[in-house]
Structures are given as C-alpha cells and as structure tokens.
Design a protein around this ligand. Structure first.
Ligand code: FDA
Length: 389
C-alpha cells in the first residue's frame, strides 16, 4: 500500500465523497477499502433478476435535500427524476396517507374538517397528557402531538414492532417530531429537491469512484490489513466506531432489518411504493414495491417485486441500520469520541459517516458532512501541512 496519499475505509456516500474530492481537487492518490463485494454502502441498488426492476438492497433510498451546494455536487454525477415520495399506512383494512395530514384526519374521523377544526380536535385529544414530564415516554410524547386515537391507530403498534419494546418503555426522544399537517399536503419529504438517480444508484456511485487516482478494493476488510498501511498515512474511517477500538468502551446498540423478497405475478401489487402496516399483529413494518419508484421506465408488466421489512435489534453478525441510542449507548459514545480525538491527533485517523459517528444520517447529510471534513480538515492538511487533529 505504498504510494497512496490517503486511505478511505468504506465506499458509502461519505467515503466516496472524500475520495472523489481528494483525488480530483487535490490531485492525490486515494485507496478505498470496502469490505463488501460492491461499492456504494447502503445506497447500493441492483437489477432484480426475475423482474428487471431496480431494487435497493438495503431498503428504499430517496434522495432529498434543501441544500444548494449538496444538490449541485450530486448533480455532477447523476441527473435525478422528478419522483416525489408518498407513503401510506394500512390500519384495520383502510389505507391512510402519511405523514398525518388533513386527509388522514378527515378519513380517520369519517367527515370533512377544516384545518382549524382539525387542529382544535387534535388539541382536545392531546390535552389528556397535560404538562409533559421532563423525560416523557414515547407514548406520552406521541399522544401530546397527535392525540390518543391517531397515536393508538398509526404509531403504537408500528413503534412496538420497530423497537420490539412497549412504547411506554421507550423514550420520547425517539419521536422528537411527529409531523402533523393541517392541510392536504401528503408529500413525505419537505425538501426543495427530491428525486431518484435517472440511471440508478450504482451508475451514480460508480461515477463518483471513476477518477483514475482512486483505487477501489472490494472484499477487503481494513482490519485484516491495517498493519500494511504505512505509518502516518492519513485514514478516513467510515466503519463502526466501536469496532475500530475493539469494543473497549462496550458495544453500541443498533437496530437491523430483515428483508423478505417476493415476486408477484401482477403488474401492480399495491398501487404505490411503500405501505406501512400499523398493526402489531402483522409482523413486518412495511412493504416496498420498487417499480413505483420509476414510473418513467418500461418495466415488464406481468410481474412485480416486493420487499417486506422486519425490524429487530442487531446481533454481532447483522448489518447495523439505525442507532438505538440508549443511555448506555450515549455513555459509550462519549468514551469513543474521546478515543477518536486521540487517534486523530496521534495517528492521523479521521472518523466519519453514519457508522463512524454513530448517527442516523440521510444521504444528503452524509455527503454534506464529508464535504465539510474535506474542506476543514483534508484541504488544510495537504495544502498548508496543518495537522488533521
Ligand atoms: P454506509 O453504511 O453507506 O457506508 C459505509 C461502508 O463502510 C459500507 O459499505 C461498509 O461495508 C464499509 N465498511 C465498514 N467497515 C469496514 C471495514 N472494516 N473495512 C472496509 N469497509 C468497511 N437516506 C436518504 O437520504 N433517503 C432515504 O430514503 C434513505 N433510506 C434509508 C433506508 C434505510 C433502511 C436505511 C438504513 C438508511 C436509509 N438512508 C436514506 C440513509 C443512507 O443509507 C445513509 O445516508 C448512507 O448510507 C450513509 O453513507 P455512509 O457512507 O455514512 O455509510
């Protein structure tokens, strides 16, 4: 591994952004190590062999941002379709639009309500909670936001399935904000820009890694060859933070997802991309029908592919998806942040991305934080010989 100016561990959007910027802006040679057999991290997608439909291997990914710089940056590598995500939830045989909006409220209560009437009704139903305690439970916080009837229908069972914990036992911070709209806007995201890469995620991610100054090695675990990297070579590490330090501060908790794929012999199985299943008696949380992400494509019409998601706490061998963030996790994270600062100062290792910082990051956030690391740490290091730490 001689001759590289920078080593990037992980080829997700964070790692690829760092690699692309460092190679093209600073004319440096970058080695990207990726444990999996493909690049792109969790944004990776592939063509389903039975239907020809593009499926996102690690769950549905829709790009959205309101940040002009991030939007301009990603548009260098791909154009985006005009896809606007809408989601629905199934409860007692009825389908309702999400996030909760005026249409959801009117349908649920069986009559038309003006925005003011709906607001007054929800406020009245939320009033049972009164003054929220300093550390409200998920249930208390949820009811204070949407009232008990909507909370019980759409959030209680769904949350219990997601976390495998009674929502009374979960912290309110899990739903810092349950969006409730008192108009008929049923778009899932509020951002200025939204869409899907016109020719798929893999084409986008491949263009980010295309510069000849970037060497991408797949099926390569950093920990198996860390000793072969010359001392002092700067490293940007985007793998799990606790793994880097051999779990010496304890294991950080994650939720994982199990995906169950089904090919159905119909053109259109559910009429939309995602339907949540609100009831606890249905074991999966949602069903995703990928053909609806690309109505502009001419997919075959005799079959469709569906992916059902089941949520559970991650074991050692599982893919980590969502940080759990218990009080114990937060204590461990403090220890790891301190160790990470030391590692940056002593060994030129920077930590980034969702795994390397133990945070849920949307794609635009992963890209935005990588651009910030590039400008604030990597450019000064190479141009002005400033230390990374
Ligand atoms: P990411 O996890 O993608 O990449 C890290 C890479 O490091 C992986 O490829 C891993 O294999 C590699 N690695 C780890 N350890 C290693 C080692 N020791 N050696 C070598 N390689 C190693 N966002 C959004 O904007 N819109 C959306 O709709 C969604 N939807 C969505 C659904 C689901 C189910 C999840 C879990 C997440 C989303 N996201 C999302 C978030 C999105 O997935 C996230 O923003 C990016 O994956 C973050 O990119 P990173 O590079 O940080 O991590």
């Amino acid at each position: 591994f001689e001759g590289y100016d920078l080593v990037v561990v992980g080829s997700g959007l964070f790692g690829l952004t760092i690699a692309e910027r460092t190679a093209t802006e600073l004319d440096k040679r970058v080695l990207v190590l990726e444990r999996r057999d493909h690049h792109g991290g969790n944004a990776y997608s592939e063509v389903d062999p039975d239907t020809g439909i593009e499926v996102h291997r690690y769950g549905p990914h829709i790009f959205h941002t309101s940040n002009e710089r991030i939007w301009a940056y990603v548009n260098r590598f791909t154009a985006f379709t005009g896809y606007r995500h809408k989601a629905f939830t199934l409860y007692q045989g009825q389908v309702y639009p999400l996030p909760v909006n005026l249409a959801t409220i009117c349908q649920f209560f069986g009559r038309y309500l003006t925005p003011d009437e709906a607001r007054a009704l929800i406020a009245e139903q939320a009033a049972e909670i009164g003054q929220l305690p300093p550390d409200p439970s998920h249930e208390e916080k949820g009811i204070s936001l949407v009232g008990r009837p909507l909370y019980d229908a759409f959030f209680r069972g769904y949350t219990a399935k997601q976390w495998q914990t009674d929502p009374k036992e979960l912290p309110g911070s899990v739903i810092a904000r349950l969006p409730v709209r008192f108009d008929f806007n049923n778009r899932y995201f509020n951002d200025t820009y939204e869409g899907l890469p016109v020719d798929g995620y893999t084409a986008w991610l491949s263009r980010m890694a295309a510069d000849p100054r970037i060497d991408l090695r797949l099926n390569t675990d950093f920990f198996e060859l860390a000793d072969a990297i010359p001392d002092g070579t700067p490293v940007v590490y985007t793998g799990p933070l606790d793994r880097y330090f051999r779990y010496r501060g304890g294991r950080l908790g994650w939720r994982t997802l199990d995906f169950e794929r089904e090919v159905a012999p119909v053109r259109d199985y559910q009429g939309t991309t995602t339907i949540n299943y609100a009831e606890e008696s249905v074991p999966f949380t949602r069903n995703v029908e990928y053909r609806h992400m690309h109505p502009e494509r001419s997919y075959r019409s005799d079959r469709t592919v569906l992916v059902r998601e089941y949520s559970r706490s991650a074991g050692d061998q599982d893919e980590p998806y969502y940080p759990i963030n218990t009080a114990g996790d937060r204590d461990a994270l403090r220890t790891y942040r301190m160790l990470a600062r030391q590692e940056t100062a002593e060994r030129n290792v920077l930590f980034g991305g969702r795994l390397g910082t133990y945070q849920y990051l949307d794609m635009h956030m992963a890209i935005g934080s990588a651009l910030a690391m590039f400008e604030n740490r990597i450019v000064p290091y190479f141009r002005d010989r400033r230390p990374l730490g």
